[in-house]
Design a protein around this ligand. Structure first.
Ligand code: HEC
Ligand code: HEC
Ligand code: HEC
Ligand code: HEC
Ligand code: HEC
Ligand code: HEC
Ligand code: HEC
Ligand code: HEC
Ligand code: HEC
Ligand code: HEC
Length: 306
């Protein structure tokens, strides 16, 4: 009986060790390999208390890319919870990320950047969010199965928490379809940082617009100078109460630059008693005749009329 049992239990023991080995060695070591006050059992020890009943819902993290022990790069292949929150020996004063945290943004970000420095985070250092002490965890949620800032529908709310002006703009009459969940801020902005003012995704403002409005790039036989120069001379990106996101309505829009010639002189003598406005100023005004405001490819489109 005993003789039969021994090899069997030996096998179970070895199997058990083999299964535990990557687990155990990964846990009680820092990246430098020194033994520490990290807990031997990793997440299991935390989950005794931080379970379904705990105030802060930790468990959804197991549905995310961070909780993939098979992927050597993830926290769950190493120190697990403590990879972000620091050693259990510090409990309950562990590294805290959410509301009420006493850590500086820089300290919190160092933890994430240990692993994320080399990703597409080139512009982070010196970018506007880093400069203003915004933390990764101000935008990212790691204890949810879908991080809201990574979805088109939920991202704007995250940004609006801090960017109130853009929230107000998003309710204006003419907008990019952000509040209809069809577009995210990150389609124009690289929020981690980029070399342009306004951290745009492309090297210039116009290049950013052309990614979706390619037909405005031309080349045109008859170019309208301000279009090639800067779309924002006439358009606001986030919202306007004028049609087509315009900064002003025509004719005022056009008269900012075209103050001479037929364009800006209202009829006074002719027309209705009391002086009617010029036909140039009626309705869409200038656009009634100069309809090709972005440029024309018609042989006789020099005045942008066809
Ligand atoms: C013996 C039970 C227990 C264990 C084990 C435990 N915690 Fe906690 N932890 C608590 C309680 C209770 C609180 C305070 C109430 C709360 O926020 O849920 C807390 C708070 C925290 C906080 C917030 C700290 C703060 O300043 O508010 C973090 C982060 C945390 N625990 C992480 C961990 C991690 C990571 C582990 C495993 C290494 C762990 N805990 C193990 C019971 C436990
Ligand atoms: C990738 C880093 C990371 C890992 C791994 C991680 N957390 Fe967190 N934890 C965070 C961040 C960031 C927050 C802030 C809230 C959020 O992002 O959802 C947080 C919030 C918490 C809180 C609420 C207190 C606070 O910091 O705001 C507790 C408690 C907690 N985590 C426990 C755990 C436990 C237990 C585990 C392991 C099962 C774990 N965490 C794994 C990053 C991590
Ligand atoms: C121990 C290394 C490690 C740490 C620490 C770490 N991460 Fe990660 N993170 C990863 C890996 C690995 C992935 C998966 C990357 C992939 O699949 O390409 C990942 C993925 C992500 C993703 C993308 C999730 C998705 O669904 O695409 C976000 C966002 C993220 N991490 C944010 C954070 C934040 C915020 C912190 C700090 C609170 C943090 N990470 C800490 C290793 C880490
Ligand atoms: C201002 C909000 C904001 C801050 C702060 C922020 N992120 Fe992001 N992050 C985003 C957005 C938005 C995306 C999605 C980008 C996209 O779709 O192009 C993203 C994507 C990611 C991804 C997944 C895609 C990728 O690029 O690999 C990771 C990982 C990530 N962020 C990590 C971090 C880390 C680490 C920090 C802190 C150093 C951080 N983020 C700070 C908004 C933010
Ligand atoms: C925790 C607050 C916070 C959150 C959340 C946040 N930002 Fe910011 N953002 C700031 C601060 C602070 C600045 C720098 C001061 C300013 O320009 O208002 C800034 C600056 C910017 C700038 C201007 C850059 C420049 O060069 O002028 C852009 C664009 C921007 N954020 C986009 C976003 C987007 C997109 C999101 C959501 C994915 C977001 N922010 C989320 C706080 C935040
Ligand atoms: C259609 C492209 C586009 C979208 C979508 C977009 N932005 Fe912008 N944003 C711009 C441009 C262009 C600028 C001006 C950049 C410059 O100053 O050269 C800008 C500037 C900003 C600034 C700097 C302050 C300012 O108003 O000049 C902030 C903050 C900002 N955007 C936040 C956001 C947020 C938050 C969202 C999502 C709700 C968003 N943006 C969506 C194109 C866009
Ligand atoms: C990610 C794609 C994308 C980018 C980048 C983009 N747009 Fe748009 N734009 C759209 C979509 C989608 C619409 C809505 C089309 C519709 O409703 O039929 C739109 C509509 C518009 C309109 C018409 C709005 C109205 O009320 O009729 C203008 C003007 C405009 N965009 C200008 C710009 C400018 C200027 C830029 C650069 C700062 C830009 N767009 C960048 C996708 C984009
Ligand atoms: C000189 C002023 C001016 C400049 C500069 C300008 N636009 Fe416009 N844009 C207008 C006017 C005016 C309308 C309204 C046209 C109408 O109602 O028929 C318009 C309408 C639009 C529309 C919606 C209708 C359509 O034609 O698709 C888009 C998209 C657009 N512009 C994109 C751009 C982009 C992208 C740039 C930069 C490459 C740009 N605009 C530069 C004046 C301008
Ligand atoms: C930001 C300044 C600016 C705005 C706003 C502007 N334009 Fe222009 N426009 C110019 C410049 C610069 C030229 C090139 C003038 C030249 O070559 O002599 C031009 C050329 C033209 C021409 C061709 C003139 C010629 O002699 O070939 C027409 C027509 C025209 N614009 C109409 C309009 C209309 C209509 C609007 C309003 C929707 C408008 N412009 C808004 C700056 C502007
Ligand atoms: C009823 C049609 C009509 C309307 C409305 C109109 N234009 Fe014109 N515009 C013309 C014609 C036709 C020409 C060509 C005149 C010529 O070749 O002598 C012209 C020429 C121009 C030129 C080129 C300079 C010149 O004198 O040749 C500019 C700039 C211009 N218009 C701007 C405007 C602006 C700005 C508005 C609105 C305030 C406007 N136009 C409204 C028909 C119109």
């Amino acid at each position: 009986m005993n003789k039969n049992h021994r090899p069997m239990s030996g096998f179970v023991l070895v199997l058990g060790l083999l299964l535990c080995l990557p687990w155990a060695t990964g846990l009680a070591q820092t990246p430098s390999g020194k033994p520490t006050a990290y807990s031997e059992k990793g997440a299991d020890s935390c989950l005794q208390c931080h379970n379904e009943t705990s105030k802060f819902p930790v468990l959804p993290i197991f549905k995310t890319k961070h909780a993939q022990p098979a992927d050597q790069r993830t926290p769950f292949a190493g120190l697990q919870c403590e990879g972000c929150h620091g050693p259990y020996s510090e409990h309950p004063n562990m590294l805290k990320f959410g509301p009420g945290s006493k850590l500086t943004a820089e300290k919190k970000n160092q933890i994430c950047l240990q692993c994320h420095e080399s990703d597409n985070r080139m512009g982070w250092k010196g970018g506007p969010h880093e400069n203003s002490d915004v933390a990764c965890a101000d935008c990212h949620r790691v204890h949810v199965d879908r991080d809201p800032v990574l979805t088109v529908a939920d991202q704007p709310e995250v940004c609006f928490n801090c960017h109130k002006k853009q929230r107000a703009d998003s309710y204006k009459a003419s907008v990019h379809p952000i509040r209809y969940d069809k577009m995210a801020c990150s389609e124009c902005h690289n929020t981690h940082g980029s070399l342009t003012t306004g951290v745009l995704v492309k090297p210039t403002l116009n290049e950013t617009c052309y990614t979706c409005h390619a037909e405005k790039r031309g080349p045109f036989l008859w170019e309208h100078a301000p279009v090639a120069e800067d779309c924002s001379l006439c358009h606001r990106p986030h919202g306007s109460n004028h049609p087509a996101l315009l900064v002003k309505r025509p004719p005022l829009l056009c008269q900012q630059c075209h103050s001479t010639g037929h364009a800006s002189i209202p009829h006074t003598g002719a027309g209705l008693p009391g002086g009617s406005p010029s036909e140039f100023l009626l309705a869409k005004g200038c656009l009634n005749c100069h309809s090709q405001v972005h440029g024309s490819n018609h042989p006789s489109g020099v005045k942008l009329m066809r």
